[in-house]
Design a protein around this ligand. Structure first.
Ligand code: NAD
Length: 296
């Protein structure tokens, strides 16, 4: 039985982080500029804590300036908007990220759209989503950007591929579809109301699964030889005791015997997201400082 090539997200992410670190060193040495990233969390959701801590840690490891704000769960929308406005004005801060989800009483769009679009390194501001949708230069959401980098690594030119994006969220599914259209794929977006999902998946040369449903995509849904990017991060119990493990939206053990290439969970898309955040922060810094760094 032919087994799929495993796309190594850890190794690819390490490569991106090294490139980021080289660019940061160049910005410091030749331009006297240190890129800075501000990460804000409201409340103490444990998963968000892990994410914001890792983002800050990797920012420091890339020798960028890290500004971390852990705001109390009771923080009002007005206070949050005031803090964002301060960071918009702060020239040491090139990127601003507000960790989602926010508490229910805070309006997510109002907060995201308060960020200066030039500092919106998560790429969620309506200006950046509009730029992406119209094929213009934009700050692109980190997870779909990481998926695209993995696809380019696995396949090279994506032109003409039939791609299925499973999920239509603003964070993953929709921007992923926009990126794949830009890459000249023929794109289908499937979601919770899609009729006969298995039949849709069977057509796809490229599958990006972002539904948040553990092992939903079965091996016999996958077109033989297809490239599978599994964005899902789902914690499931193993055995009788309290132990859990992370699985994706794709049944990996089945899919690995059918696909041409596949990302594992963990160690696939996950590590790429933060690497892309650092990449976006350096890009935002260059643009804000009017510096045109050569690609290395
Ligand atoms: P979401 O809940 O906002 O969106 C899920 C999408 O999947 C929806 O559009 C919904 O229509 C679709 N969907 C749900 N159930 C379905 C079903 N049974 N059939 C078909 N479609 C279905 O989730 P999200 O924020 O887009 O995240 C998706 C997954 O990706 C989650 O597991 C999340 O943890 C993971 N994620 C990972 C990263 C990362 O690796 N860094 C980043 C973001 C999200």
């Amino acid at each position: 039985m032919d087994m799929a090539r495993i796309i190594d997200g850890k190794a690819l992410a390490a490569g991106i982080r090294e490139k980021v670190a080289r660019r940061v060193a160049l910005l410091k040495a030749e331009h006297g500029v240190t890129p800075g990233l501000a990460v804000m969390q409201v409340g103490d959701d444990p998963a968000s804590r892990v994410y914001t801590r890792n983002k800050a840690k990797q920012t420091v490891e890339a020798e960028m300036a890290s500004f971390k704000f852990d705001l109390a769960a009771e923080t009002t929308q007005k206070d949050l908007l005031r803090k964002i406005s301060e960071l918009n004005e702060d020239s040491r801060v090139n990127g601003i990220l507000v960790q989602l989800p926010l508490p229910d009483r805070i309006e997510e769009h109002a907060v995201i759209n308060a960020i200066d679009p030039a500092k919106d390194v998560d790429g969620f501001h309506t200006i950046n989503t509009g730029l992406l949708a119209t094929g213009q230069d934009a700050l692109v959401p980190c997870t779909p950007l990481g998926c695209l980098m993995m696809l380019r690594d696995a396949l090279g030119d994506l032109g003409g591929q039939k791609a299925l994006v499973l999920g239509r969220s603003n964070i993953v599914g929709k921007p992923m579809a926009m990126l794949l259209i830009k890459e000249n794929c023929t794109v289908t977006v499937a979601h919770s109301r899609t009729r006969d999902l298995a039949a849709e998946v069977r057509q796809a040369d490229v599958l990006v699964a972002a539904a948040g449903r553990p092992r939903m995509v079965k091996g016999d849904w996958i077109k033989p030889g297809a490239t599978v990017i599994d964005v899902g991060i789902n914690r499931v119990p193993i055995g009788e005791d309290e132990k859990t493990r992370l699985v994706g939206d794709v049944d990996f053990d089945e899919a690995v015997t059918v696909a041409g290439a596949i990302t594992p969970v963990p160690g696939g898309v996950g590590p790429m997201t933060i690497a892309c955040l650092l990449h976006n922060t350096v890009a935002a810094c260059c643009r804000q400082s009017g510096i045109d760094l050569p690609e290395d």
